[in-house]
Design a protein around this ligand. Structure first.
Ligand SMILES: Cc1cc2nc3c(=O)[nH]c(=O)nc-3n(C[C@H](O)[C@H](O)[C@H](O)COP(=O)(O)OP(=O)(O)OC[C@H]3O[C@@H](n4cnc5c(N)ncnc54)[C@H](O)[C@@H]3O)c2cc1C
Ligand code: FES
Length: 373
């Protein structure tokens, strides 16, 4: 069932004139869109297939780009003439490192990850949204128990470093990789273990030696700490076994935090209640401006803007389809939209007319939505 969330996620009708209003500038930095142009300070080849990008944040954007351990950045890259939006978790520590670092694992046939490994270099500029995400270090006086698999280490290491630097909590990481050569941040983790011998322990698991992590491995890592905070990020099968075992062991769901690295190419179809599927019945039209081109497309009552755009054969940006990554943001230029959920946009963005197209269901009447150029 579609439920209508309370204020402020119900949008008033907005007009073209509101969209044209200047949204403000800070010391010459344009803040009018969700993307900001950031310089790549350097790239670091961490392993054969993992590369870090360190970003320069200009002073006027420092506040906007302040982040919590575990959050991610949403990037928009131009690859072979196509604009592609992808999220990458911050692997740096907001409490002890001044730089913003993301680490990208190369994926077979992955368009963006391969382009980053082959073409992106220091001195290039990239388009980046401010940090977002709810997979963050919670403030609780309990152990922090992390399960990271492959590139899923990125938000985990940020949480791990921050817990060590800012609290007295014990921290344990189970880190699963194909083999020893694939381990990202191996030296950094070893140094941290030496620095915090009483508080940090890291258990490495290699698929080729130990097999995939199973229930027994998860239970052993948890030990008696059933009341800890648990953070899980890695391949789907890894996360499933960890989550299932934690819950079966009696861990409370509210202390289990999971980050899923979804990709538009592998994303599930959104679950949308469409009130009419009979062609012609209940169908109206909405207008979408994407890549500078205006498309008038059919819309079925109950459908999100993103679902309608995809059904019409357009290729709008999206990733999580759950309302938290911000990849699918667009501006509501005309009409009214109800957001099914929103874990991403703040009040000022909502007031400016930004919507999450994966969550935005047009109300009756004319709706016009413009994706950022
Ligand atoms: C919140 C969030 C945080 C993320 N953080 C990171 C991060 O820190 N580091 C990182 O490397 N990635 C991260 N990702 C994943 C990243 O956004 C991209 O999805 C990934 O880099 C693949 O993009 P691509 O363009 O190279 O592949 P695409 O061209 O989108 O996909 C090509 C093929 O690879 C498959 N594929 C896509 N992603 C994966 C995957 N993760 N594992 C296996 N197969 C896949 C697809 O199904 C498809 O068949 C994160 C994703 C989210 C939503
Ligand atoms: S696709 Fe992530 S918020 Fe819409």
């Amino acid at each position: 069932m579609l439920s209508v969330p309370p204020e402020p996620w119900r949008f008033p009708d907005v007009s073209e004139s509101k969209e044209e209003q200047a949204l403000g500038e800070i010391a010459g930095v344009d803040l009018s869109g969700p993307y900001h142009s950031l310089r790549v300070a350097r790239v670091i080849d961490e392993t054969r297939d993992a590369r870090s990008i360190v970003l320069e944040i200009p002073d006027p954007l420092r506040d906007l780009f302040a982040y919590r351990a575990g959050q991610f950045l949403t990037f928009r890259f131009e690859v072979a003439g196509e604009k592609l939006v992808r999220c990458y978790s911050l692997a740096s520590c907001p409490a002890s490192e001044s730089e913003h670092k993301v680490t990208i694992k190369r994926i077979a046939d992955g368009r963006v990850s391969n382009w980053i490994h082959e073409a992106l270099a220091a001195g290039h500029y990239v388009e980046v949204m401010r940090p977002a995400g709810l997979f963050t270090l919670r403030n609780r006086d309990r152990a922090v128990v992390l399960f990271g698999g492959g590139s899923g280490i990125t938000p985990c290491i940020s949480i791990l470093k921050t817990a060590l630097a800012t609290t007295d909590r014990k921290v344990r990481l189970l880190y699963a990789n194909r083999d020893e050569e694939s381990v990202i941040f191996r030296d950094e983790l070893r140094n941290l273990e030496e620095r915090y011998p009483e508080r940090l322990s890291v258990v490495h698991r290699y698929d080729v030696v130990h097999g995939f992590a199973d229930e027994a491995a998860v239970r052993e890592h948890v030990g008696a700490d059933l009341d800890a905070d648990f953070y899980v990020c890695g391949p789907a099968g890894f996360m499933d076994v960890v989550e299932r075992t934690l819950l079966a062991s009696g861990v409370s769901r509210e202390h289990v935090f999971i980050e899923r690295f979804g990709s538009p190419a592998g994303a599930k179809k959104p679950e949308v209640e469409v009130r009419s599927t009979t062609p012609g019945a209940g169908e109206s039209r909405i207008e979408i401006v994407l890549g500078g081109k205006t498309h008038e497309i059919p819309w079925l009552a109950g459908e999100t803007v993103l679902a309608a755009a995809k059904r019409a054969g357009l290729e709008p940006p999206f990733a999580c389809e759950e309302g938290y990554c911000g990849c699918c943001m667009a501006k509501l230029v005309e009409g009214a939209v109800d957001l099914q959920s929103n874990d991403c946009l703040d009040r000022s963005q909502l007031a400016e007319g930004w919507i999450l197209t994966c969550q935005g269901v047009p109300r009756e009447g004319r709706v016009r939505v413009r994706y950022p150029d």
